[in-house]
Design a binder for this molecule. Structure first.
Ligand SMILES: NC(=O)c1ccc[n+]([C@@H]2O[C@H](COP(=O)([O-])OP(=O)(O)OC[C@H]3O[C@@H](n4cnc5c(N)ncnc54)[C@H](OP(=O)(O)O)[C@@H]3O)[C@@H](O)[C@H]2O)c1
Length: 374
């Protein structure tokens, strides 16, 4: 299969670097365009980026020139039709619609449009059907472009652990306390003097995001809107001195009683993407989306964050709760499953659904880009 050209907005940041790592040898996508802030535009990638991952920066990427972060000014046909975006939300709010209006599929990590009614907020294993929302977007109607988002890094792992329980038993309410890695704050992120030997019991807007995004993820598609799941969720979010991997301690009240074995079976049987792609898995989909770690002291970030190539949610320590019904621990890799890997999996699902094919949109999208150049 010919690989589709893709671009990355915010390519120099923590999530942008993960995109490069995950897409470099991707069977379906090929990195053709990179952009970051105006400070970086025009520079070689390796001059503008402090590469922080433990695999080498690919030589071909190092030599690429960072482009201006706008769709205008690109020769016709040069702007990739698929844009992975890893921007702060205020910047995303301004830039992502410009790319969608120029006919691009914008696959975003930022919170800017996650709760917008006609923007899908999707974890493929949890609510793939919500992708239909993108057909209502004005950009889609005008030029073929659209915005699809993935959730907050904690909401992804949590929703994967919750979805099978919601399907089998229903969820009444839950209490979540997070221990979130420093890479979740981007680079340079939290000052070392603030975080070393310390816990910071505050992450701006994080509790609100976790609460509302889980409601949308586990909600029901009704026409061109999502009816939020009626469960109650209370979150405490903490930053801890861990490099990568967000841990979440969960207490949950179910609508219908469930035994220990029934809950373990619900997680083990959770294979919603199995065979979705002509019997083959999507390239980034983990074989077992929710893995149970049976040892008494697991999951742990250093030992378990790379399960399923960093794309699985690992649960453990399932036990009765004195206040609600059950309690357990969830762990997921925040920049892979919680960010870039989640967006890549969304793109694979969009490709499989034919929503990255622009045949019917080509004429109008080209007209739009041409108009923007005048
Ligand atoms: N880190 C995580 O675990 C995680 C998880 C889920 C979601 N997210 C979300 O993903 C997004 C990116 O996070 P991050 O951790 O990668 O942040 P980051 O490391 O701070 O990177 C920010 C990126 O945005 C670029 N940028 C800054 N100002 C810009 C501007 N005015 N115009 C265009 N580009 C600009 C930066 O380019 P320069 O190098 O040129 O400054 C850099 O490429 C955020 O919305 C974050 O909430 C992060």
């Amino acid at each position: 299969m010919e690989r589709r050209r893709v671009g990355i907005l915010g390519a120099t940041g923590m999530v942008g670097q993960r995109f490069i790592q995950l897409l470099h040898h991707h069977p379906w996508f090929e990195i053709a365009w990179l952009a970051a802030s105006d400070r970086s535009a025009g520079k070689r990638f390796d001059e503008a980026c402090r590469w922080k991952l433990d695999t080498p920066l690919p030589a071909g990427i190092a030599a690429m020139t960072l482009m201006p972060n706008v769709p205008e000014g690109m020769p016709s046909g040069e702007l990739p039709k698929i844009i992975f975006a890893a921007l702060d939300s205020a910047i995303a709010y301004e830039l992502e619609p410009k790319f969608a209006a120029a006919g691009c599929a914008v696959i975003s990590n930022s919170s800017a449009f996650r709760m917008t009614a006609d923007v899908p907020l999707v974890v493929p294993e949890v609510n793939a059907d919500h992708l239909e929302l993108l057909e209502s977007q004005v950009w889609r109607k005008d030029a073929g472009g659209y915005i699809v988002t993935n959730p907050n890094c904690c909401a992804i792992g949590l929703s994967m652990a919750l979805a099978p329980l919601a399907q089998r038993f229903g969820i009444e309410s839950l209490f979540v306390s997070t221990m979130q890695a420093v890479s979740g704050a981007g680079y340079p992120g939290v000052a070392s003097l603030d975080i070393l030997g310390n816990v910071i019991p505050f992450i701006q807007n994080e509790e609100e995001k976790l609460q509302e995004e889980c409601g949308k993820l586990l909600g029901t598609l009704v026409g061109d809107r999502v009816a939020l799941a009626p469960m109650k969720l209370s979150a405490h979010c903490n930053r801890v001195a861990v490099e990568d991997g967000h841990t979440e301690c969960v207490s949950i009240k179910l609508k219908r009683p469930a035994t220990y074995e029934q809950i373990l079976n619900a997680w083990a049987d959770f294979q919603p993407l199995a065979g979705i792609h002509e019997g083959k898995p999507l390239p980034s989909a983990p074989d077992q989306p929710v893995e149970y770690a049976g040892e008494m002291d697991r999951p742990q970030p250093r030992l378990d964050r790379m399960r399923g190539n960093g794309m699985a949610a690992t649960v453990g320590r399932l036990r009765p709760c004195n206040l609600l019904d059950w309690k357990f621990v969830v762990l997921s890799h925040n920049t892979i499953r919680g960010a870039a890997g989640a967006a890549v999996l969304n793109a694979e699902l969009l490709a499989m659904l034919g929503k990255l094919d622009w045949k019917k949109w080509t004429a109008s999208a080209h007209k739009h880009v041409t108009a923007a150049l005048v």
